[in-house]
Design a protein around this ligand. Structure first.
Ligand SMILES: [Fe+2]
Length: 503
């Protein structure tokens, strides 16, 4: 989106504040998140029902072997061949990011190993390692006081989803007062009965409503420059919530309270993704690993690995809370999309119509030109460039201050407001296309500025009050200039303000 395009007509030394921000463009980013959709579950139930009817369920092993020989691929690893890598960590306290989750490995060692060979890993930790993330009071408060609704709130048992709308009361008080849908309250007695009878309660994207998990997810996103999310699972009984399945995203299982038995059945196929998945149908008959996660333990399950979980028999009736943190992975498909967007932005050839009906000569000329363009782009490609762009495409939540004025520059205490560039964790400054401009990349945008305002932008990157900004170089940047410049940045959502503490 171009905010202002021209900076001409200005006298040197008297910049126009409205024209200091030359342009602002959204960076190509990826927001799709891998989730286990209900559609997948429906497809799986249907497939199971069909397999049952055909008497195939007990024959999975045979079918697997037949497929294996037909496709020449390993579908069912032998348990004797499999060894789960297990690590011990003494780290406790609130986990602050990916480094705390994979400790004692360093994140680099962890990801290097995952690149070589994608395998599950188990990290045993002290029982209270994750306890600050969620306790039972938090669960009660989240369900009741937040009045969660589907699709964020789910109930599953043995691979079946319950219609959660049944849980909501449509009347209360004297019994005849009907509630509007938004007023409907979750019926605690009914929910408790479902859980007592073996259902698993699931709250998707728990980080959006629970601060300690939000902080952890934000730290993971900031350190890796990728999207992450976390779901909450609460169960008491032996029944599994989901049946044996695999996911199209990597999963970090954090056992927060209680215990859970987990089983791994091997890899469906290497690194399936959301967009090219096969049906999630028939798991291998036998697990290749099973074990108990106790509070403080973390199990990493790469995408594509069959798995399931249930409360251990000896702890039936005791509550278990676990979280799954899911990280979005970038794949070759993303690299190509990114490269295509870059080529389209800078090359007319990449934007013109494919000469489908213009005759063989035009078709050949187009093919040759396009091939050399793409080959040149590939020659220049580096993973680092891709990572840099993905990191800078990362954008932060916008923290609201709706108790304050939405136009803070009209307030008498405006000069005491603090100005912060949005998304500074990933911000970079680069030279512009010529010496008269520079680029700030942050919060999913690239902003091109007139180079004369560089001292102001650098000051804002570190966080600065409006008053201090006005005192930076009053001769060059008088107070009225600063005000207009900041308003243009606020309107473009490039900076945000924090009101004074006392306001
Ligand atoms: Fe899963």
């Amino acid at each position: 989106m171009t905010v202002t395009t021209e900076a001409d007509g200005e006298k040197a030394g008297a910049p126009n504040p409205d024209r200091m921000l030359l342009a602002r463009e959204r960076i190509l980013g990826f927001t799709a998140r891998g989730v286990f959709h209900e559609d997948d579950a429906r497809a799986e139930r249907l497939a199971r029902a069909m397999a049952d009817r055909a008497g195939l369920t007990r024959e999975n092993d045979t079918i697997g072997r037949l497929l294996k020989s037909a496709l020449g691929k390993t579908l069912d690893a032998e348990s004797a061949d499999f060894h789960l890598d297990e690590f011990e960590t003494s780290r406790d306290g609130v986990p602050a990011g990916i480094a705390d989750l994979v400790h004692p490995m360093s994140p680099r060692d962890f990801f290097e190993r995952q690149y070589d060979q994608r395998r599950p890993m188990l990290f045993r930790g002290p029982p209270d390692r994750f306890s600050a993330l969620m306790d039972w009071d938090d669960v009660n408060e989240i369900i009741h006081a937040r009045n969660l609704k589907p699709p964020q709130l789910k109930l599953w048992s043995d691979g079946q989803a319950f219609p959660v709308t049944d849980l909501f009361s449509r009347a209360y008080g004297l019994g005849s007062r009907k509630l509007q849908p938004a007023d409907e309250r979750i019926d605690g007695h009914r929910l408790t009965r479902y859980l007592q009878n073996g259902a698993t309660l699931i709250v998707d994207s728990i980080g959006t409503i629970h601060e300690p998990i939000k902080t952890l997810i934000a730290a993971i996103e900031a350190s890796l420059g990728t999207h992450a999310t976390a779901n909450l699972y609460v169960s008491y009984r032996r029944q599994r919530g989901f049946s044996t399945h695999w996911d199209s995203h990597d999963v970090y299982v954090l056992q927060v309270r209680g215990s859970k038995d987990w089983r791994l059945f091997g890899e469906m196929r290497r690194a399936p993704t959301e967009s090219d998945v096969a049906a999630n149908m028939l798991p291998p008959a036998r697990p290749i690993w099973s074990g108990t996660l106790n509070s403080g333990d973390l199990l990493f399950i790469p995408r594509g690995w069959w798995h399931d979980a249930c409360v251990p028999e000896e702890r039936d009736g005791e509550g278990s809370i676990h979280l799954t943190a899911q990280l979005q992975q970038y794949t070759g498909r993303d690299v190509l999309t990114w490269l295509a967007a870059k080529l389209a932005a800078r090359s007319e050839l990449f934007r013109i119509n494919v000469p489908m009906y213009a005759g063989p000569e035009a078709a050949e000329a187009y093919r040759e030109a396009l091939t050399s363009l793409v080959e040149e782009a590939w020659r220049q490609f580096t993973v680092k460039d891709f990572v840099d762009d993905m990191r800078t495409a990362w954008s932060e939540d916008t923290r609201l201050h709706l108790d304050k004025r939405v136009d803070p520059w009209t307030r008498p205490d405006w000069d005491a407001h603090r100005i912060v560039v949005c998304g500074t964790k990933q911000a970079t400054l680069q030279a512009g296309p010529d010496a008269s401009s520079f680029r700030l990349t942050a919060n999913g945008f690239t902003c091109e500025f007139d180079s004369r305002c560089k001292p102001l932008v650098i000051a804002m990157l570190g966080g600065v009050s409006v008053g201090d900004l006005k005192r930076l170089d009053p001769e060059r940047f008088p107070a009225t200039f600063i005000d207009r410049f900041l308003v243009s940045l606020l309107v473009a959502d490039t900076v945000r303000t924090a009101p004074p503490e006392s306001a």
